[in-house]
Design a protein around this ligand. Structure first.
Ligand code: UD1
Ligand code: UDP
Length: 368
């Protein structure tokens, strides 16, 4: 039996790193396909090196472009791989255009698909990620859910019979590589930061950075946070391009905000685990902050990771500087008196469960 895993961007390399070793130990053969959605070394190769993922067997080199261009290029490349390699199952991750393209190719080729991170919903259909999630869940036969909330979302959509609660694969990776990051990365020292004395920021959502007005407000939020503590901003290339185009790089630098390139997993994990709090619009970073007991302020109106908000460790502040400052001040004290419950995201064995569920499903599909 041949399992074709399809990955293409930063968060998917992290998620696949939790599953891959368990699939390798099992009874299936693996074909790892990189769609090429992310291609810069610091958004791609570094994750393979640091997280022990083996190099992809194929790279579709789809690259950047509009949604249609990017999705279409991935679909054409992947369709050819499916025709030639004849996998028995497609394994897809998360909510990006790589996920969407792979889900559609598998469905049209009548290739069974398993979706990791199924059932997650922000209920905001104005974002490309929500559309990608909805399509991937409708077309995939095995829906591997990170949380009970995700199972309930699928049940409400009539997809509960395909859902399996396996836990969150990002918890597996955080548990395994977090302590390694603390030992191996010297990024806190290199940037001359005081542990628990700075904020770590990321922002890359199209809804926040592609609109110049919204991007201006992201900058205002970071400026406001800088009044409380040093801000380290790890800048995604989409965001850097927009900031440069709008002349906002100098505004940030003049405010004393430290702009750095995207980091590899280990350096980023070390920075996050030592931060006083995180400001982000990333899905994965919200969750990683929660798992590291670091308060998070989310620069969005909605989140798919509702457990982080319900527990009080994450606050949605949209792009409101005053709300961000208030949340940062209030949440900073949280870590002195409490720890969040990582159990809502599983027990760190989600990758093993994904592999087991896939094998079971493949067996059931091949049994007449
Ligand atoms: C994509 C996902 C988003 C996810 C994010 C993870 C979609 C619709 N969006 O957003 O859900 O949170 O990945 O990081 O799939 N670029 C480079 N080098 C690269 C990759 C991108 O310079 O290696 C630049 C290009 O200018 C490109 C832009 O970043 O146009 C956006 O890249 P793209 O992959 O389209 O979307 P992301 O913003 O990365
Ligand atoms: N990440 C990283 N370096 C960075 C920023 C993020 O390694 O400079 C990691 C982060 O730890 C998490 C993943 O990238 O595992 C999240 O990806 P991203 O924020 O790009 O996408 P999202 O989760 O929003 O889809």
């Amino acid at each position: 039996m041949l399992v074709m895993s399809v990955v293409g961007n930063r968060p998917q390399f992290v998620k696949a790193a939790a599953v891959w070793p368990h699939l390798e130990q099992g009874n299936t053969d693996q074909l790892l396909v990189h769609t090429g959605q992310h291609y810069d070394r610091e958004l791609s190769e570094v994750f393979f090196e640091e997280l022990g993922l083996k190099p992809p067997a194929r790279n579709l080199d789809a690259g950047s472009g509009s949604h249609a261009e990017q999705t279409g290029r991935i679909m054409s490349g992947l369709e050819a791989v499916v025709a030639e390699a004849k996998p028995d199952l497609a394994l897809i991750y998360g909510d990006t255009n790589t996920t969407l393209a792979a889900a559609l190719v598998a469905a049209k080729a009548s290739l069974p698909a398993a979706h990791v991170e199924a059932g997650v919903r922000s209920f905001d259909r104005s974002t490309p990620e929500e559309i990608n999630r909805l399509v991937a869940d409708v077309t995939s036969g095995l829906l591997l859910c990170p949380t009970q909330t995700a199972v309930e979302n699928l049940t409400a959509e009539g997809l509960g019979d395909r859902a399996r609660l396996v836990g969150d694969v990002m918890l597996d990776v955080a548990q395994k590589f977090g302590p390694i990051a603390d030992r191996r990365s010297d990024v806190v020292e290199r940037l001359e930061l005081e542990p628990h004395g700075y904020f770590l920021a990321t922002a890359h959502r199209a809804g926040n950075v592609d609109d110049p007005q919204k991007l201006g407000r992201v900058v205002e939020v970071l400026q406001a946070a800088r009044e409380l503590a040093p801000v380290i901003f790890a800048v995604h290339p989409r965001t850097r391009a927009r900031l440069t185009g709008d002349g906002l790089i100098t505004t940030l630098e003049d405010a004393g905000i430290v702009l750095i390139e995207p980091l590899g997993y280990l350096a980023f994990a070390r920075l996050l685990r030592s931060a006083r709090a995180v400001l982000t619009d990333s899905g994965g970073v919200q969750k990683e902050a929660y798992l590291a007991a670091v308060p998070c302020v989310t620069l969005r109106d909605a989140t798919e990771w509702v457990e982080t908000v319900e527990s009080g460790w994450n606050r949605l502040v949209s792009l409101d500087p005053a709300a961000a400052v208030e949340a940062l001040s209030e949440l900073a004290e949280l870590r002195d008196r409490a720890r969040p419950d990582p159990g809502v995201y599983g027990d760190g064995m989600a990758g093993a469960r994904v592999a087991a569920e896939i094998e079971r499903w493949l067996t059931s599909l091949s049994t007449p």
